[in-house]
Design a protein around this ligand. Structure first.
Ligand SMILES: Nc1ncnc2c1ncn2[C@@H]1O[C@H](COP(=O)(O)OP(=O)(O)OP(=O)(O)O)[C@@H](O)[C@H]1O
Ligand SMILES: [Mg+2]
Length: 631
């Protein structure tokens, strides 16, 4: 579909959803759809819930966050249940500023942005619909029109509790424009949009000296004072601060703790009493979620300041720690690379995994539990099974240190190192070793890492490198094994010839020289030993195979590689063991002969076709594994 077509569809959609009516009409609508009167906090909670909740091992996972935030399900569950769910039930937490605390690049901004974009979408759905007094710059809740003395009756009839008072501006408008008849006041459906400054706001502090509180609460419009005659006429006031504009939805307060105190006092009243002071007017009621974010050290210095005590009790802090699962960390990198200008670069298989291993190790706390080291802990966290440990142990490990995940290497650092390696060397392809090297080089330039940490991190690079060595060897061997399907057959035929001669007490004939030979005991044993057949049991095993072969022959079936389970296993294992040498020779020879060259090409083709390499990275892998095997 062309982009213009989409634009048109979008416009039609908005047109279709538009609703306008009198307050009387709105009350009718409310009877039909009582949820449209929900508070901002409740809307956020329902938005998250409506996207779908899954129970996985007794833990909640919200589809709402799935696309963008990985591996932090437990923190999200806490956030949604302890803050949003309670706030939706009008419990007191609603009156507190939500402060997300977490390490750098731990996904705080991502989380806030998801809520904003989510609300924009949700306000277009039936469940998330929002209505406001038409023409009000603060999109005031129409129910504020109900006079205080009638609210009890209203609640009895509609089951809805009204909070907040009609703003000075709308109070005046009701008189001036509607002659006091609230039932005639026009109400419209609104759609949240950060761009249009409807229901979504962002406040970020600038220079404390020049920053004006007007950015938050609006300001007097001097050009209209002459018209209205007085500064205290609400029509001469522009309700266009972020707090005004974010009413009914949410406001992000960036760098809140860096902000001047006088800004914070406005928030105090807003959060506690649900209203704030603007200009010379009576308090203005607001219903919005305020989210701020900060890191741990900033937060600690904030609460250690006595002056901030009052504010402190009005903040609810939710931790947003780093992800601690290797596989999820790998997904984070993939996503970040997709979103960056690195998307065209070939990243060799396992490169991101190896980086993730390093990163997660820097984030984990040394386990206190017996028999667990950091590497085991890392595997357990990632859902791998580690011999001798179960899910109970995993939970215990997680409880050991509540600060785990609040420090360590951040994902952006890794992406920056990958990109710097690519740019510096003008690579079109990058492998695990390049990535580790670049991460290592960067550590010495990294300003915020202490000397001790740097040393620990260097060790983790070595650990990650070892993990990679194991992965790389296995990968190459696997690629060789498959190209050695033929060899498996040859090896088996050879074994069977020998077994036959052994059982029949015959000699074999050398196919080349025609000389007679005794059965090759060494060869047979080397295969049998792979599956633990003892010297005493070998005769029985060999005879059993011969019986199987003749049984096959009688039925006119061909005995092959797959006809005897244990024999196949033995052959495979033997091949793998032998491969070590083949791989070693093939990958490290400087002047491969024709057949070696053929093998190498086969293996490379397989790595490319089946394992996601390109020719550069496949060749690099082979060379590296060759050097490993020659050590
Ligand atoms: N758990 C995670 N899941 C998915 N992506 C993540 C996660 N943690 C971080 N990221 C990614 O890392 C990058 C940085 O995240 P973001 O900007 O949200 O962090 P932040 O906590 O706001 O950082 P800062 O403290 O620097 O403001 C983003 O691209 C984000 O998508
Ligand atoms: Mg941020």
């Amino acid at each position: 579909m062309s982009i213009l077509k989409k634009v048109e569809q979008f416009r039609e959609e908005e047109e279709r959803l538009r609703w306008e009516g009198t307050f009387a009409d709105y009350l009718e609508l409310l009877k039909e759809k009582p949820w449209i009167a929900q508070t901002a906090h409740s809307r956020v909670y329902n938005m998250i819930k409506d996207a779908g909740v899954e129970e996985v091992n007794g833990k909640k996972e919200y589809s709402f966050f799935k696309d963008q935030l990985y591996g932090v399900e437990e923190s999200l569950e806490k956030l949604v249940e302890e803050y949003f769910h309670s706030a939706a039930k009008r419990l007191d937490v609603r009156k507190r500023i939500l402060l997300l605390m977490g390490p750098v690049s731990g996904g705080k901004s991502t989380l806030v942005t998801m809520l904003k974009r989510g609300l924009e979408q949700y306000s277009k759905t039936d469940k998330g619909a929002v209505f406001a007094i038409k023409g009000c710059p603060m999109h005031e809740d129409p129910l504020h029109l109900i006079p205080t003395h009638l609210r009890k009756d209203f609640q009895d009839e509609y089951g809805i509790k009204i909070e907040g008072n009609l703003s000075p501006l709308n109070m005046m408008r009701v008189e001036e424009e509607y002659g006091g008849r609230i039932e005639d006041v026009l109400v419209e459906r609104i759609f949240f949009s950060e761009d249009k400054r409807t229901g979504i706001g962002t406040f970020s502090p600038s220079d404390p000296k020049s920053q004006d509180i007007a950015d938050l609460t609006g300001s007097i419009d001097f050009s209209t004072i002459a018209e209205y005659g007085s500064e205290s006429d609400p029509r001469a006031y522009r309700f266009d601060g972020e707090l005004n504009k974010a009413n009914r939805g949410m406001m992000e307060f960036q760098e809140m703790l860096k902000c001047d105190e006088k800004f914070l006092w406005h928030l105090l009243s807003l959060t506690q009493e649900g209203n704030f002071k603007a200009g010379r007017f009576a308090l203005i009621s607001a219903d919005e979620l305020i989210v701020a974010h900060t890191n741990e050290s900033e937060y600690k210095s904030f609460i250690s300041n006595k002056k901030n005590e009052a504010l402190h009790s009005r903040i609810i802090v939710m931790k947003v720690p780093y992800n601690l699962k290797v596989s999820e960390e790998e997904r984070i990198y993939k996503k970040m690379i997709q979103d960056s200008d690195l998307a065209h670069v070939h990243i060799a298989p396992h490169a991101l995994k190896v980086a993730a291993i390093f990163t997660i190790l820097t984030r984990l706390k040394e386990p206190a539990k017996q028999g667990v080291d950091l590497l085991k802990k890392m595997r357990l966290y990632d859902g791998e099974s580690v011999e001798g440990f179960n899910s109970q142990d995993l939970e215990e490990l997680k409880q050991e240190d509540p600060d785990e995940g609040m420090s360590g290497i951040d994902p952006r650092y890794v992406i920056n190192r990958i990109s710097s390696a690519i740019i510096r060397k003008q690579l079109t392809s990058i492998n695990a070793l390049d990535v580790l090297r670049s991460i290592k080089e960067g550590l010495s330039e990294h300003a915020s890492i202490s000397k001790e940490d740097r040393e620990r991190y260097m060790d983790f690079i070595a650990v990650a490198r070892k993990e990679y060595d194991a992965i790389a060897k296995k990968e190459v061997q696997k690629a060789f094994v498959y190209s050695y399907d033929e060899s498996a057959k040859t090896l088996m035929d050879n074994y069977l010839d020998n077994v036959e001669a052994y059982c029949n007490k015959n000699k074999l004939r050398d196919p080349l020289t025609g000389e007679e030979m005794t059965p090759d005991e060494k060869l047979m044993r080397s295969i049998e030993e792979q599956i633990g057949i003892s010297e005493n049991a070998k005769k029985a095993f060999r005879e059993e195979i011969l019986i199987r072969i003749s049984a096959y022959a009688r039925k006119g079936k061909k005995f092959d590689y797959n006809s005897h389970e244990r024999l196949r296993e033995a052959i495979q294992k033997k091949l793998f063991a032998d491969l070590k040498d083949i791989v070693k020779i093939t990958t490290s020879t400087k002047t491969p002969d024709e057949s070696q060259l053929k093998k190498v090409n086969e293996v490379i083709a397989r790595l490319i076709d089946e394992h996601g390499y390109n020719s550069v990275s496949a060749n690099e892998l082979l060379r590296y594994v060759g050097s490993l095997l020659n050590r």
